[in-house]
Write a protein that binds this ligand. Structure first.
Ligand code: HEM
Length: 423
């Protein structure tokens, strides 16, 4: 069996009236395919003023690759300390500012980031690599054995969470609980329960780590929580808030993003059987395929900043205090950077996508995410002769993340090799 082509997701084309597209509303992404919207902005309104809607103030939107990279680079003019995603930027800011790495700037950002980088050192990650490989192969082999199932639920949802929990030192019996909390903390599969459930889930995650920090202070182990609890900056230990908030950031940043990229990989191969055939034959190696999965999926659609002084972009004055958002989903389809940007082409080269952002806040988990995605691609190549998306596909509900929460798939195993390869 080859990969059978899938129908595209049932979402409508962009409305003609650009101002009616509310980028702060998760429903917009559930309803529309915004490919044309982004193409129009890149061509005609590279600095777009998004209108105020309801209680939300207006904000600026950058859609071109070069502008996005420039903004990411300049954290002296554009700060993350008043939030780095729409939900906080348009609300009351981020209460973790100055303590949690993604929403900290200046000297403290450098220092805290260095502590996190130490916790993600090659020594730690090399130990994790073998584990990721084994978990991925076992879960995929089991799914293929069953023949049919939900790839998102049965396979993809179990890998990044298990990996990040291993790194942090969260024990096995708490992982299902963590997974359900993180799912509601940043997005919801069910429309309507967005905000309150998310707040409650965030608090529960933080409380969980408060308990862990106390334990690790008393008895350190070989895990990230112990590294954070034992680290000092200028002779001072990190505060409990700093440790707990950065654990929270790792678990949120490290789970959904990689999970959505893996699910998107299977869906995209399903939609592009020629690309699967060429990957399966070994015409294209796993490295460029992984980069194209990342560009194509762009799981984090946007990030944002607040201007700390008046500044000009494309001849327009951005005032101090105004919010500027950058849309990775658009930058990664910029026709001035990528040839044939709206095609999923696994041998794309060069492929300098911005799925992981750019500059001082460049994703700390990029190496780990690449490892997880490439192990999944290799396992698919080794274990399946082909697969079929048997639908219906369900999308997540979010204005930050994009992707699929349910992907029913029927797999065909690679005959007898399977059992041997698993072990
Ligand atoms: C930062 C995307 C996986 C942890 C970022 C940023 C992006 C991003 C775009 C920049 C945010 C900004 O500039 O405001 C992704 C994607 C991933 C992924 C697409 C997977 C496909 C991970 C993983 C981890 C992680 C696996 C941790 C284990 C972080 C952290 C930051 C970050 C801590 C903040 C870095 C800083 O502010 O200095 N990520 N990420 N990410 N990511 Fe990831």
């Amino acid at each position: 069996m080859e990969v059978k082509p899938v129908e595209d997701l049932p979402i409508r084309a962009t409305p003609d009236d650009l101002a009616s597209v509310n980028l702060a509303d998760p429903q917009t992404f559930a309803d529309y395919d915004l490919t044309d919207f982004w193409r129009t902005l890149r061509a005609n309104q590279p600095l777009y003023r998004h209108p105020a809607v309801g209680n939300n103030p207006g904000f600026w939107v950058l859609s071109r690759y070069a502008d996005i990279v420039d903004l990411y680079r300049d954290n002296a003019t554009f700060t993350s300390e008043r939030g780095n995603v729409l939900i906080t930027l348009l609300g009351d800011g981020d209460s973790a500012a100055g303590k949690m790495v993604p929403v900290t700037d200046g000297q403290r950002h450098k220092e805290l980031r260095n502590v996190l980088l130490k916790a993600f050192s090659p020594r730690v990650l090399s130990r994790i690599g073998e584990h990721v490989r084994r978990t991925t192969r076992t879960l995929l082999a089991e799914a293929i054995d069953r023949g049919e199932g939900d790839f998102a639920l049965d396979v993809a949802s179990k890998i990044p969470m298990a990996t990040i929990c291993d790194l942090l030192g969260v024990p096995g019996q708490d992982r299902e609980y963590m997974l359900s909390l993180t799912k509601s903390a940043i997005s919801s599969d069910d429309q309507g329960e967005y905000s309150e459930a998310a707040d409650a889930a965030r608090n529960e995650i933080l409380q969980y780590f408060v308990g862990m920090v106390e334990e690790r202070r008393a008895a350190p182990r070989d895990d990230v929580v112990s590294v954070l609890a034992g680290s000092t900056i200028d002779g001072e230990f990190l505060s409990e808030d700093e440790i707990v908030l950065n654990c929270y950031s790792l678990i949120l940043g490290g789970d959904a993003t990689s999970r959505l990229a893996m699910i998107d990989a299977v869906h995209s191969f399903g939609a592009n059987p020629d690309q699967w055939a060429s990957f399966k034959r070994g015409d294209v190696s796993v490295k460029p395929a992984t980069e194209e999965v990342l560009r194509w999926a762009s799981p984090t659609m946007h990030f944002g900043r607040t201007a700390v002084r008046d500044v000009e972009i494309h001849g327009t004055r951005i005032k101090k205090g105004e919010v500027v958002t950058v849309w990775n989903v658009s930058g990664n389809r910029d026709e001035s950077v990528f040839a044939d940007p709206d095609r999923f082409l696994i041998d794309r080269s060069p492929n300098k996508h911005i799925a992981f952002g750019h500059g001082p806040h460049f994703c700390i988990g990029a190496y780990l995410a690449r490892l997880e995605i490439s192990e999944m691609l290799l396992a698919l190549r080794d274990f399946t002769a082909g697969f079929e998306i048997v639908g219906p596909v369900q999308r997540i509900y979010s204005n930050l993340l994009t992707g699929i929460s349910s992907l029913p798939v029927r797999f065909e195993p690679v005959s007898a090799e399977l059992e041997e390869l698993v072990l």
